[in-house]
Design a protein around this ligand. Structure first.
Ligand SMILES: NC(=O)C1=CN([C@@H]2O[C@H](COP(=O)(O)OP(=O)(O)OC[C@H]3O[C@@H](n4cnc5c(N)ncnc54)[C@H](OP(=O)(O)O)[C@@H]3O)[C@@H](O)[C@H]2O)C=CC1
Ligand SMILES: O=C(O)CCC(=O)C(=O)O
Length: 489
């Protein structure tokens, strides 16, 4: 039986107007906690729509890039205020199409509003630099300029905050954008566009295209597109990088992680277990910063593991809107299957499932893409489960017997996004902070979660590495610096 919601068919947001998509394929978005519930229908866009979105952004660029940055910031303040005022409604949309808990979704909306306010304030902090010249009367200025049209390609796991953390610095810097949000979460993106419209952002500054990822390839090649910012899988990140390289376009890629939580022998075990649970199972493990490896000292492995298993069993799985639920479903059948496949591979390679490992059973569990919070013991660093991103609620336990070995294991992966260490020992702390090859290293904190005033980005295959997201540093990606020589003699 299909739940009869009032199902909308989404439109594109182009040049300040809601326009019918021109494709013929229809995509049904269903609630991942109840696949009988159709959330929204999407008639896909085609190349013609993609072209129109880019042209609208290109046409809006001259006026927008000349608008003073404090004035651009004022629009962002308005966007943030609407997000905050409508946080409950937006959070419900996120739960309905992505599946996370209402508490997580509500936090995401307020986090997104915080990001937008942060960049609104940056509008009054945009500065250049004066450089002394060799000649009297000659001044050299370093001046930031916007790039042009920026293509924003985003995933489903943070359907509001990731678009916000890319679009806010992009438009604050004077660029115009086309958003291609994930096909799993088009309604949240649409709601974001409605807010942009109501905040009075001039037509064409922000445009949104609903449609398949394959449209992005051609968009990258459009001459008006000057930069592409992407968060998602390494597979797609590689495709985008290769395509953009043809015209040497600027690219920012944020991709996978295989984030370790090192727990040393002096750690507070209960606190470390709480960090593993929050980092491993928060967002159903669907975060690029998720704790997927616990690298634990042999002296406390047993105690830690017993306590982690006990806490894992306390997780209440269900529909993210239901009271008391602490973990929602995975976003799709495909994502769940890929988690289950990796668990099976771990077993085949010698891992031991200590709790979870399968599909939970409760009333209605067959309707959603639920998976149990899973702890895998006896994991060795070379195993697939210790190397590949899972993107589900799975924590692997890897035993070590020294800080040297802990750091070696932490670094023994292709990724380098986030890492954390639990210890009170200053030497351990300093070694982790300086020797772990990751863009973010934390002490006695979860691998997940970022404060938006601080830069975010990974090492190795987690990111392109050349630019950071978040913080005032993010603006660098969206600007080019012109060196201006002025001879006033
Ligand atoms: N680092 C992170 O935060 C994230 C990592 N992932 C990883 O990626 C895996 C798959 O997730 P998925 O959502 O499919 O991630 P993808 O990388 O496939 O999708 C991310 C974005 O890229 C778009 N896209 C898809 N194909 C192309 C293409 N050929 N060219 C340009 N853009 C494209 C998608 O559009 P469309 O949705 O229309 O296909 C979406 O907007 C996860 O299991 C996880 O391992 C996923 C999400 C976030
Ligand atoms: O941990 C976080 O808050 C950020 C996670 C993230 O950026 C991602 O999963 O894409």
């Amino acid at each position: 039986m299909t739940v009869k919601n009032e199902v909308r068919v989404l439109k594109n947001f182009i040049n300040g107007e809601w326009v019918e998509t021109s494709g013929t394929d229809m995509l049904e978005i269903r609630n991942p906690a109840n696949k009988d519930e159709v959330v929204v229908n999407v008639r896909q866009s085609n190349e013609k729509d993609a072209q129109a979105a880019i042209e609208a952004a290109a046409a809006a660029f001259p006026a927008w890039s000349k608008t003073p940055s404090p004035a651009r910031g004022e629009y962002l303040f308005k966007i943030a205020a609407i997000m905050e005022a409508e946080a409950e409604e937006i959070a419900r949309i996120i739960v309905q199409e992505e599946g996370k808990t209402y508490a997580d979704a509500f936090k995401e909306v307020n986090y997104a509003a915080g990001i937008v306010k942060f960049y609104a304030g940056e509008g009054r902090r945009m500065t250049g630099r004066i450089i002394e010249s060799d000649m009297a009367g000659v001044q050299i200025e370093l001046h930031k300029e916007a790039l042009g049209v920026v293509l924003v390609v985003t995933p489903w796991n943070f359907p509001l905050s990731i678009p916000a953390w890319k679009i806010a610095p992009a438009i604050l810097s004077g660029n115009t954008v086309v958003l291609k949000a994930s096909s799993e979460t088009p309604l949240t993106a649409q709601k974001f566009m409605e807010i942009v419209e109501r905040a009075g952002v001039p037509s064409g500054v922000v445009n949104q295209l609903v449609g398949p990822g394959r449209l992005v390839t051609e968009m990258i090649n459009h001459p008006a597109v000057k930069a592409i910012t992407f968060t998602g899988s390494n597979r797609v990140g590689n495709l985008i990088y290769a395509e953009a390289a043809k015209e040497m376009k600027r690219v920012l890629l944020e991709m996978g992680g295989k984030n370790p939580l090192i727990v040393m022998e002096d750690a507070d075990v209960d606190a470390a277990v709480a960090l593993a649970v929050a980092g491993g199972y928060g967002q159903t493990g669907q975060a690029c910063t998720a704790t997927s490896r616990v690298v634990i000292h042999k002296d406390i492995r047993q105690e830690f593991t017993d306590k982690l298993v006990a806490k894992s069993k306390e997780i209440k799985i269900g529909n993210g809107m239901d009271e008391g639920v602490t973990m929602g479903p995975q976003v799709s059948e495909g994502e769940r299957q890929s988690t289950l496949d990796l668990i099976q591979k771990a077993i085949d390679e010698g891992g031991e499932v200590l709790t979870g490992g399968g599909i939970p059973e409760f009333a209605g569990s067959d309707k959603g893409f639920f998976v149990e919070p899973t702890v895998i013991g006896s994991v060795k660093s070379a195993m697939t489960i210790a190397q590949e991103e899972v993107f589900g609620p799975v924590i692997s336990i890897i035993e070590i017997d020294s800080i040297d070995e802990a750091i070696e294991v932490a670094n023994d992966v292709a990724f380098g996004l986030s890492a954390a260490i639990c210890t009170k020992n200053l030497t351990y702390m300093n070694r982790a902070l300086s020797e772990i090859q990751a863009g973010i290293v934390k002490v006695n904190m979860t691998t997940t979660g970022t404060f938006f005033q601080a830069p975010f980005g990974g090492y190795k295959q987690s990111s392109t590495g050349t630019y950071k997201e978040l913080g005032s540093e993010a603006v660098e990606f969206y600007c080019q610096n012109k060196t201006r020589y002025i001879n006033s003699n």
